[in-house]
Each structure stands twice: as structure tokens, then as C-alpha cells.
Design a binder for this molecule. Sequence first.
Ligand SMILES: [Zn+2]
Length: 435
Amino acid sequence: MCAILLKNASLVCFDPINIDICDLRIDKGKVIERDKPLIAQQDDEVIDCSEKLVFPGIVCAHTHLYSALARGMPPPKQTPTNFYEILKYIWWRLDRALDEETIYWSAIAGGLDAIGSGTTTLIDHHASPEFITNSLSIIKQALSDLGLRAVLCYEVTDRNGLMGRDLGLKESRNALTTLTNTRGLYRALVGGHAAFTLDNTSLKALADLASEFNCGVHLHVAEDLLDEKHAPEHYQMSLIERLEQTGVLRPGSILAHCTHFDKDALRIAQMSGCWLVHNPRSNMNNSVGYAKVLDFGSRSALGTDGIGADMFEEAKFAFYKSRDAKTPLSAERILSLLAGGQHLASEIFDEQLQTLNIGASADLVLFDYPSPTPLTAENFAWHFIFGMSSAQVSSVMVQGKFLLKDGKYQTINAVEATEKTRQAAIKLWKKMQEL
Ligand SMILES: [Zn+2]
């Protein structure tokens, strides 16, 4: 494959925010030169980026690809009145209906959405209780067919009995064994549903597995008040104490939501080296409350919790929700949350995914932004919130390979794939009705 030369690109870094008009040479999946000017060599594919911003690929730090076929599905038989019923009547019926085929096409549907939105890394949290074994390999296959980067885990829980729990642990071990220490686009974490569906033996099993593979545990934490109240009612201690005592609070663990953590709990989680992931659209949609994002610290990021993969949308909701709650986050802080996702991915992959410096992996987005007002590093974050959207994503590259080029998908026939995802959705919805 020939090298790619991006000419006159406005290279943007999110943290610290920086804009540098420069040329970039990409070869063998990495940025190998960054200077102005770089002279085109005979075999270079030269791309004029003089009207474009180029930034490192965006990371969704908490998502559920398995929910990608839920869009537009029939309403549940009973209308949920609280968070537990939302899980019971909607998501725990959907995940039970998943099989080999619908897991694959869910991942394709979610992956297409990610590519179109400039999201190059998905940190996924998967559940399919009737098809646990090999479920993560199917997701990996789908994402590999698209060329996306991802961190996978299986959502271990006690809610389907000991056999279901142990199969989840086995699938986790299998993914960790296969994906750890490879140089490819995939890694695994240990996954758990939430403390309120895991007893202490199960939480300790997650922590032990994470310790064995030197990785984090990816878990929903204090999403609803239900989770926060469950620990003192059943274990005579707070949720953060329970997570600490069972060993789940460890460096690299991803705590999704933390909606009901107080400042002390957030501080303990941060001091343990955990990442805290805010999912504003999901929290608003489920009416579970609003996290103390101002106290999330530096190891924090944004996720969609399965509501697509458009991080421009998620970032805007994070911004507006904070203002509506009268605990405003600055536009720069929102950008630092997006940068947090890139740092988190860099940490997991042990690669530079947060910069476009020499040596960084060539995971990047080409972005059309003919701004009607001056654009500088100082005001970039405000342009991001008030002027930028995924509609301006023109090309997307992962490890030096274009997945989207000038708005056209490169690794898959998107029209055919979308017809297949629609067929898979019909099958999934029908199966859900029968459960
Ligand atoms: Zn989630």
C-alpha cells in the first residue's frame, strides 16, 4: 500500500486544544512525518486538505452495539415506570432475543453509524444471554469487516443463574486470552452488568479475572438510585465500599454513569485509577438523574450507552444538560471529555490515539468546516458545540486505512449491508414479541 500525504491540513488536537496547519505523511498505519511542507514522493496518494480540519478519531467510551437494531422497534407490552422496569421490559427482552445472526448485524449497524460519525474506537459492553459463547468473536468479526477499532467485553451478571454467569466469565476469559497482547485493532476488558445484579462472589470473580489479565472491569455503576441503595440494604456498606472491597475498583476499570456517586465516592474511584464515563443522553432518556460531572476529574470520558455512536451529539447534550442543571461545564471541558476517551483508548491499546504526532496510529477524521467566523485554538471548543456536527465528517481512517472517503463507505457495501440490518431487525423484533 502506498503512503498517503495529507496536504495543508488544519490538524486539531483536543487536549490541549491546538490547531496547526501542516502536512502529514501516513504509512503502514502510522503518522510517519509531520511538517510543512512535505514533498510528495512518487507513490504517495496526495489529498488536498486545505479546506479541512483533521483530528484524531473520536472514541465512544461506553456503548452497547447489541442495541443498534432497537431503533423504531415496537413498544414493550408493559410500559416501564422506573429504571428497573426499563431494563426488565425492554433491554433484558432484547438481549435474550439475540442470536448469532442478529448479534453480527447489530454490530454492523452500530459500526456503520460510528464510521459515519467519525467515531473510530468503540468501547463496547455486550449481553446476549441465549448466545453467550463466541458472542464476542462475532462482534469482533463484524467490526473487523468494517475496519473499526474496539474494546470488547461480555456483561457478566447473576440474573440468568450461575450457569449464565459462568458462561459469561468463560467468554470473557476467552476474549482476554485471544485479544490481550496482540497488535491488532481489538482488546478485551472484563465486563459486568452492575453491582445490583452481581453478588460478592461474582464481583470478586470479575476482579480476579481482571487482575490475572492486568486490565480493568467495565461496569455500570450507580446509574440509577436503585444501584446506590442496593449495597447498604443487602451488604451494609456503600456501593463504592463494596466495589472497593471486592477489588473491582482497580486501575483501568471503566465505571459507566456514576450518576448517584457523591463527591467522596467519585474521589475514591479516581484515586483507584478508574475511568468515569458520562452518558448524558441515556441518563436523560431513562430519567435516572444527573451525575456530578464537575467532580469527575481528569480520567473521565463520554459514552452514548448505545444511543448510536454520534459523539458530536453526545458532547452537545453534555454541554446543554450541564447548563440546564445550573452546573455549567465549559466547552473546553466537553472537549477534554472527548480527549479523555482518546486517552483511555491509548492506555488500553498502548498506542498514541489522542494526537497526530509522528508515531501516532493513523486513526483520524477529515472534516469539512468552512467556518463563517474566525476559528482559532482559543475558540475551537465553542465552534465544536455550536457549529460542528457529524454531518461534516467527510473521511474516516483507522490505522491508515480509509473506512469512509468523501462520504462513501470503503470497506463494505453500505446499501446491501443496511438492507441486511433491516431484515435482521425484523427477525429480532419478532422474536422479542414471542418472549
Ligand atoms: Zn450501558
